[in-house]
Each structure stands twice: as structure tokens, then as C-alpha cells.
Design a protein around this ligand. Structure first.
Ligand code: A3P
Length: 306
């Protein structure tokens, strides 16, 4: 058991990952009660790596036949977290509501999780469902996590200084951490089972969103047709899910989907390299060493601009 950050008073080492105390019951219930359907699509991520963006993109890609017109698209009036539920974050007190809600979602369902690969509900692994995973360079992930956790609304919120949080992050003690084992669990699965797991990096989406959106659609077995490309269907999805568009929607500016945090905090800067405004030279040195040590030999790496 360790001191927590943000809305989690503690982190517990649970099945080899650091589970926030406020989500332990939710993780347990998800593992125990969730029933995977064969055509389910999972958006898996390390927290603060672009989950909200990937939820929006995946939902819009998978459901594009249902919402021909962008003018009345549900992403204009609902935060992506409301359309793509994260069962372990909500299957706590309202577990029966959640089971009902999940079983009534229109298929194919898009469902999200922050649980590391080895701890996913067994039925996900045993089904033909697919997983799209996103992670982000640890420098920006840390800054995004720390700024986000300092915004928690909860009365029990644990506020840590940047330095305290950084020490914990380097030890892997962070929501669903260690981050290196989280990333490596999906990385390795994507190598051995490429039809099951598509591994993405936030930076790659920022660099070439057209290419990555095509990749996602192909992976999910619903590639964009030539007609869709020439009619601008893909472009309109990319625009709808863009940071500039989403940040400006009333639902994302004023709502509070997860009661412990306002929606607006999911849309901060969305930049690569903002860490430079927070890191001292010794922090840079320390995190660079941890990255090198933990990821070496795995083939997984991040381009970091010093
Ligand atoms: P910053 O804190 O660096 O701004 P998550 O969705 O996993 O919680 O990740 C949040 C990060 O993704 C935040 O990064 C946020 O600004 C960024 N983000 C949210 N929506 C986005 C979008 N539509 N496009 C790109 N980045 C987005």
C-alpha cells in the first residue's frame, strides 16, 4: 500500500499493478462480471496517454454508418467517456446499473480500460474481440497525470508536490502503473498477436492522424472505401475528434461525467514536449535513465526532444 495521488487516497499493489484504492472494487467487478461479445472493440490505454481522443476516434470510425451526418453526431453532445464506458472506473456502487448498461449498448460495443493486459477479464482474451492500445512518452504522460490529479474534486484528494509525484512515477507508483510494465504487456501482445492488439503512440497520431485513422479502421476490419475517402468521411471524423473541436464543445467545457473531475480537465494542452516547462535537469536525467533501463531490449522506444 502506498500514498495515492489525485482522487485516490491510496494505491494498492493488486495483481502486480498499482490500483487506485477508489477503483479496486470496480476492477474486481469488471474482471468478475463483464461478458465480452465477439465483436467488442476495446480502447486500452495508460492513463493520460490520449484515451479521450482514441475513444472518440474509435467510436466515430466504428459507428460511421449510423451517423451519416456530422451535424447530429453524438460526439457533439456527449463527452467520449459517456459513449465509450470504462467499466473498472464505474462498476463500483452502481454495479447492477453498469451491467445493465453494458449489456444494452448497441453492437459493436466500444469499451475502454486502463487495466494492464495480464489482468484483463479472461473473456476478452478468449474472444475474437480486438484491442487498440495507446501510450505516450513518459515525460508528457507524467506532466499530464500530475496536472490532472491536482484538479480532482474529491474531498479525499491527495495533493502531492511535483517532486513527490515524480519520485513515485519513477518508481512506477502511479494509476495502473508501473507504466513500463503496462506498456510492455500490450507491446509484447501486439507483437505475438497482431490481429488482437494494435499498439499506438500518441505522438504518432499527432504526427500523421490520417495514416493512423486508416490503420485503426483496417485493423478493425472496416477500412475506409475509396468513396468514403473521396466524400470526406474520414476527414470529417478527424475534424470532429480534433482537440480544437472537442475542447470547444459545451459538453466538454461544462459537464462532469466522472463526478470527481470536471470534463474540461480532460482537454488541457495536447502538445508534445510540454514537459520542458516542468522538468529540472536532474529530473530529465533521472527519467531518461529509468526509461532506458526499463525498456531496453524490448524494441519499444519514444522520440524525446531534449
Ligand atoms: P495534456 O495534459 O498534455 O494536454 P487522457 O485522455 O488519456 O486522459 O489523456 C489526456 C491528454 O490527452 C491531455 O494531454 C489532453 O489535453 C489530451 N487530449 C484530449 N483530447 C484530445 C484530442 N481530441 N486530441 C489530442 N489530444 C487530446
Amino acid at each position: 500500500k502506498e500514498r495515492g495521488w489525485g482522487a485516490a487516497p491510496y494505491f494498492y499493489l493488486f495483481q502486480d499493478f498499482w490500483c487506485p484504492s477508489n477503483y479496486i472494487q470496480g476492477v474486481f467487478n469488471f474482471q468478475k462480471f463483464f461478458q465480452t461479445k465477439e465483436d467488442d472493440v476495446f480502447v486500452a490505454s495508460f492513463p493520460k496517454s490520449g484515451t479521450t481522443w482514441l475513444k472518440a476516434l474509435t467510436f466515430a470510425i466504428v459507428k460511421r454508418q449510423h451517423f451519416a451526418s456530422v451535424e447530429n453526431h453524438p460526439l457533439l453532445t456527449s463527452i467520449p467517456h459517456a459513449l465509450v464506458p470504462s467499466p473498472e472506473l464505474t462498476m463500483d456502487a452502481d454495479i447492477y446499473d453498469q451491467i445493465g448498461h453494458l449489456s444494452q449498448m448497441t453492437e459493436p460495443r466500444v469499451v475502454a480500460t486502463h487495466i494492464p493486459y495480464p489482468s484483463l477479464p479472461k473473456s476478452i482474451m478468449e474472444s475474437s474481440s480486438r484491442i487498440i492500445y495507446i501510450c505516450r512518452n513518459p515525460f508528457d504522460t507524467f506532466v499530464s497525470a500530475w496536472t490532472f490529479s491536482s484538479k480532482a474534486n474529491s474531498a479525499s484528494s491527495a495533493s502531492l508536490t511535483l517532486e513527490e509525484a515524480f519520485e513515485m512515477f519513477c518508481k512506477g507508483i502511479v494509476y495502473f502503473g508501473p507504466w513500463w510494465s503496462h506498456m510492455l504487456s500490450y507491446w509484447q501482445e501486439s507483437k505475438t498477436n497482431p490481429n488482437k492488439v494494435l499498439f499506438l503512440k500518441y505522438e504518432d497520431l499527432k504526427e500523421d492522424i490520417n495514416f493512423q485513422v486508416k490503420r485503426i479502421a483496417e485493423f478493425l476490419g472496416c477500412p475506409f472505401s475509396e468513396e468514403e475517402e473521396s466524400n470526406g468521411v474520414m476527414e470529417s471524423i478527424i475534424k470532429l475528434c480534433s482537440f480544437e473541436k472537442m475542447k470547444d464543445l459545451d459538453v466538454n467545457k461544462f459537464g462532469s461525467h466522472f463526478k470527481i473531475i470536471d470534463n474540461k480537465h480532460f482537454f488541457r494542452k495536447a502538445e508534445i514536449g510540454d514537459w520542458i516547462n516542468y522538468f529540472s535537469p536532474s529530473m530529465v536525467e533521472k527519467l531518461s535513465k529509468v526509461i532506458e533501463q526499463k525498456l531496453s531490449g524490448s524494441g519499444l522506444s519514444f522520440k524525446i526532444q531534449y
